[in-house]
Design a protein around this ligand. Structure first.
Ligand code: GDP
Length: 458
């Protein structure tokens, strides 16, 4: 738990870089008082005299004088992001200006906010649950339409609703068990092992789907692990550079020059890839090159998507054919490169072996759109339904996994005819895991960990 949760906190909430506007946010019981000490409105009205969601134009100053023109926007508790009184001072987005305004707010009685402290207060004030708080950071970091849609749904409570749905079902099963155990002679519904098992399986299935969705979401957030493979000199590094948009790999016409694995994260249309350019896949006697080639072989086995490059101006040789058979069953886009030269490659053999084949002249900078379209087509298999609840963090996934372990024990206990209150104990442990996910019952160290991932000012 942070010291001074009752302090009024302040931070620069926009990036510290030259920009049109920049915002210093002040939140806490003394926010309006502190803002009034460093802000004078042009018309003489005070922030304490205006209603929430209204703004005044004026100047922000410190003891040395005016710092900048400023719009001060007031939020009255509990109708603010944090739930506490809040004032946002919008000035010009200059680094010097914003630092000086923040110093003025601190001199007037505020404390510098720690990373994520505004959102932490929103959580502690019940404005959002822990799953929604985690969605805030994913929303800020979203880089694609899908990533954004999933984070926004999480922020609006999709994960919370899904978990609450599971919790309510478990609470109801628990209540049935408790009534049955405590009042066996009363007129309470008859609890059967079959009824319990089917209720537990239903919840378990929902959690299983949430966990599976998280794995797809991880691809969306972190990028599809993609290896650019092919024998030496077909144009792998040129393709990598084309996709990355700069000369990242070393391009030479000496076969086997890319000796180690070079990694880069790129957005290709709406799909995020974690790209790596590997040494050529072929037999070699050179020891240094050999190490690179071994790494390339293992990258091909490990990667989720292969971009296999072939030289269209040459016939397929042993190395190419070996690569084609290694690609069997692997999601793959084949690139037939060097389309500017006369084409003699056996295209049909490649098309028969992989999902999608495109022809490009990467050396002339042509083909990015075609490659992006082919990658998007192959990546369809990982597409997630952004309207479905999507777990927002490893922590949330871990809570679901733990809940499933307890449900599995509950199902075993119910099916094997162990006393019914043993089933109730397992369900109760499962409920604890779900309460940790939403933050209803969670240790301070977990909360500290969640908010330590936030930026200052959020
Ligand atoms: P890697 O060994 O597979 O990484 O191949 P590189 O990207 O280093 O390229 C090998 C050679 O092929 C270099 O001389 C490139 O300039 C050349 N190259 C790459 N793409 C093309 C292309 O589209 N057309 C032609 N004609 N040459 C290319």
């Amino acid at each position: 738990m942070l010291e001074g949760m009752n302090d009024t906190i302040a931070a620069v909430s926009t990036p510290l870089a030259g920009a049109g506007l920049g915002v210093v946010r002040i939140s806490g019981a003394a926010a309006v008082d502190i803002a009034e000490r460093i802000f004078d409105s042009v018309g003489g009205r005070k922030l304490s005299e205006i209603a929430g969601y209204t703004a005044l134009f004026g100047h922000v100053h410190d003891t040395d004088g005016v710092i900048d023109e400023c719009v001060a926007l007031r939020f009255a508790a509990p109708h603010s992001y944090t739930g506490d009184d809040t004032v946002e001072l919008s000035c010009h987005g200059g680094v010097y200006i914003l630092r000086r305004v923040l110093r003025a707010a601190i001199a007037a009685g505020a404390r510098q906010a720690e990373a994520g402290e505004f959102t932490r207060r929103a959580f502690l004030n019940g404005k959002l649950d822990l799953s929604e708080a985690e969605s805030v950071m994913n929303l800020i970091g979203a880089q694609s339409r899908e990533e954004h849609a999933a984070a926004l749904a999480g922020r609006q409570g999709a994960v919370y609703d899904a978990v609450t749905d599971c919790r309510d079902r478990l609470v109801s099963l628990s209540a049935d068990i408790a009534a049955w155990v405590d009042f066996p002679d009363e007129d309470v519904p008859y609890v059967t092992a079959d009824g319990l098992v089917s209720g537990l399986r239903e919840v378990d299935g929902k959690l299983e789907r949430l966990i599976a969705g998280f794995e797809s979401g991880r691809l969306m957030r972190e990028g599809i692990d993609t290896a650019i493979v092919g024998k030496p000199n077909v144009g792998k590094s040129t393709v990598m550079n084309l996709l990355v948009g700069c000369r990242r790999s070393i391009v030479t016409d000496v076969a086997g020059t890319t000796r180690d694995v070079i990694e880069e994260s790129v957005m290709l249309g709406e799909v995020k890839l974690r790209l790596s350019d590997t040494a050529g896949l072929h037999d070699t006697a050179d020891e240094v090159e050999r190490i690179g080639v071994d790494m390339a072989d293992s990258r091909l086995r490990r990667c989720q998507l292969a971009i296999a490059v072939f030289d269209g101006s040459r016939a397929l040789d042993e190395d190419d054919r070996r690569l084609l058979s290694a690609l069997d069953g692997k999601p793959c886009v084949a690139i037939i490169n060097k389309a500017d030269l006369p084409q003699i490659i056996e295209r049909g053999a490649i098309e028969a072996a992989v999902d999608c084949t495109v022809t490009v002249a990467a050396g002339s900078g042509l083909g990015t759109d075609e490659i992006a379209a082919a990658v998007a087509a192959v990546a369809e298999r990982w597409k997630i339904d952004p309207s479905a609840p999507l777990l927002q963090s490893e922590r949330q996934r871990d809570c679901c996994v733990r809940c499933r372990e307890h449900l599995s024990a509950a199902i075993d206990a119910a099916a094997s005819g162990v006393t019914i209150d043993a089933v109730g104990v397992c369900i109760s442990d499962g409920l604890t895991a779900l309460a940790e996910l939403t933050g209803e019952c969670v240790s301070d160290s977990v909360i500290d960990d969640v908010f330590s991932r936030f930026c200052v000012g959020k």
